[in-house]
Design a protein around this ligand. Structure first.
Ligand code: LFR
Length: 489
């Protein structure tokens, strides 16, 4: 089999990407792209699983039309969200989106019953209000008790395509229910939620074959024969696998999409008191690694701003307009929970500027500039924190994901952090997904080779830091805005 297809679905869009390795060089071809968003029904936020499945099938039909008769297939999506199944394997409730407001205040409530220090010592996972632990705590008791299986979103998509029921580890770790020492679901945390271990499936590592796309689907929709391969199903885990190799220079990654995930890959968890105080996470990676990182609000801010602005401008146009606006005029504490899912992002940004006596951004360009400036400053402060925690200087910041295309944000990030930014590839998530499939198929030796090939196959843009006037004053302003009130604590 020479064809490998990555299904990569994020909170705002999904795609099926064909990867080919020709003469040691990796190329990508997009087979299908579709939009994604959670929908609101009676005040709750849900994902539409049938729509996503349908789009995967549409993409596979495109593959067949291009003459692909056989392939391997891997799926990654965002993390933490779950699907409850009955004994027949049918969904027993709609699938909540993690920004749903039912978890407001739940993390604090659970914290009073279950000491956060204990949970962090066990799991090493950062406190985020939407961790599956808190979502399950807020879920209807009866539904939870009757659930035969709890799968995360990509696990469920594999299952519906014909794969075995499993809980893939890189994603399962984001539930905040896995124990670092035993490397399984933690009995005490399950008991706290009133759950049984059997309600989860066997933990499965990336690289395992899960069976074939069901013959029924192949026939009904005229699809290629697909061998289903378990990849790193958490999109961030795949994105980190897809970060090109860096030789000799200490680097951190910034996976820049709906979220900005800033961190380093470690071969051991770092879940001491300091890491807990800074609320860094230790999500499990492929090959026994850990993603030691922090969630930063990311491009969600601009996605929402653009949506509410009636999609008058493309992302590229917004960046262009932001580029000609005065810099660092208005800053927002972008990781404050108020920006997680406000009723109106534009109003929320303006209100935050008003409250802190800064000029209120009026135009789309001014709003975008305020977002990019704030994100760049956020990257700077978390990068310094990261250096303190790991005890070493980071020389290079590797930006992957869609945000690597944003030249203004990349340059601002280089300027404000004072580090070289290496931007690209934008499709690192699909690449990480494909790398696992290609390694499984014996076409690449291991992840080191995969990262070397990725580095050689895609153009990487370097941004060197330019001096920022009055940077010290700017950082002071930023600190005053950020009195510790963010989504992490
Ligand atoms: C990025 C991401 C983050 C996770 C958030 C919610 O797409 O997967 O890693 O914290 O979405 O699932």
């Amino acid at each position: 089999m020479t064809h490998h297809i990555a299904v990569d679905i994020g909170a705002s869009s999904g795609r099926l990407v064909l990867g080919q390795l020709v003469d040691g060089s990796l190329t990508l071809a997009e087979l299908h792209r579709f939009s994604n968003a959670f929908t609101e029904q009676e005040g709750s936020c849900f994902w539409d699983m049938d729509y996503l499945l349908n789009e995967i099938i549409n993409g596979l039909q495109q593959a067949k039309l291009r003459g692909i008769h056989e392939c391997t297939l891997g799926i990654d999506t965002w993390a933490v969200d779950y699907v409850l199944l009955d004994a027949e394997g049918k969904r027993i409730s709609a699938v909540y989106a993690y920004r749903d407001h039912r978890t407001d205040g739940v993390m604090e409530e659970v914290g009073r019953l279950l000491p956060p220090e204990k949970v962090y010592a066990k799991t090493g996972i950062q406190q985020l209000p939407f961790n599956t632990l808190y979502q399950l705590y807020a879920h209807d008791r009866e539904e939870l008790e009757t659930a035969d299986q709890i799968l995360l979103v990509p696990d469920y998509l594999y299952y519906r395509l014909g794969g075995r029921k499993m809980n893939e580890v890189t994603n399962a770790s984001t539930t905040q229910l896995l124990n670092l020492a035993t490397r399984d679901f933690d009995p005490e945390l399950l008991e706290f939620l009133g759950l049984r271990r059997e309600q989860f499936a066997p933990l499965t590592e990336p690289g395992k074959e899960l069976g074939f796309l069901s013959a029924e689907l192949v026939e009904r929709y005229d699809l290629p024969e697909c061998r289903l391969i378990c990849v790193a199903t958490h999109d961030t885990a795949s994105a980190v696998l897809g970060v090109p190799a860096q030789k000799g220079r200490a680097s951190a990654y910034l996976s820049s999409g709906t979220w900005s995930l800033l961190g380093v890959e470690l071969d051991h968890p770092l879940n001491d008191r300091r890491a807990m105080a800074a609320n860094y996470t230790n999500e499990w990676g492929a090959n026994g690694t850990y993603r030691f990182l922090k969630n930063i609000m990311g491009l969600w801010l601009i996605q929402e701003m653009r949506r509410l602005d009636g999609e008058r401008f493309s992302f590229a146009e917004l960046a262009e307009q932001a580029g000609v606006c005065a810099g660092f005029r208005s800053l927002i504490p972008c990781n404050h929970p108020r920006f997680l899912n406000p009723d109106d992002m534009i109003q929320e940004i303006r209100q935050a500027c008003l409250e802190s006596s800064q000029p209120v951004p009026q135009t789309a360009g001014e709003l975008a500039r305020c977002i990019f400036d704030s994100l760049a400053l956020s990257y700077r402060s978390y990068l310094s924190e990261l250096e303190d925690l790991i005890g070493g200087r980071i020389e290079v910041l590797q930006i992957v994901g869609g945000g690597a295309n944003n030249r203004l944000l990349c340059q601002l990030t280089a300027d404000v952090t004072g580090r070289e930014v290496l931007a690209g590839p934008t499709e690192s998530t699909a690449l990480g997904n494909l790398a696992v499939q290609m390694i499984e198929a014996g076409r690449m030796a291991d992840i080191h080779e995969a990262r070397r090939i990725i580095g050689q196959s895609f153009a990487i843009q370097s941004y060197l830091p330019q001096p920022v006037p009055q940077l010290t004053e700017l950082l002071d302003r930023w600190k005053q805005l950020h009195p510790g009130a963010n989504i992490h604590n």
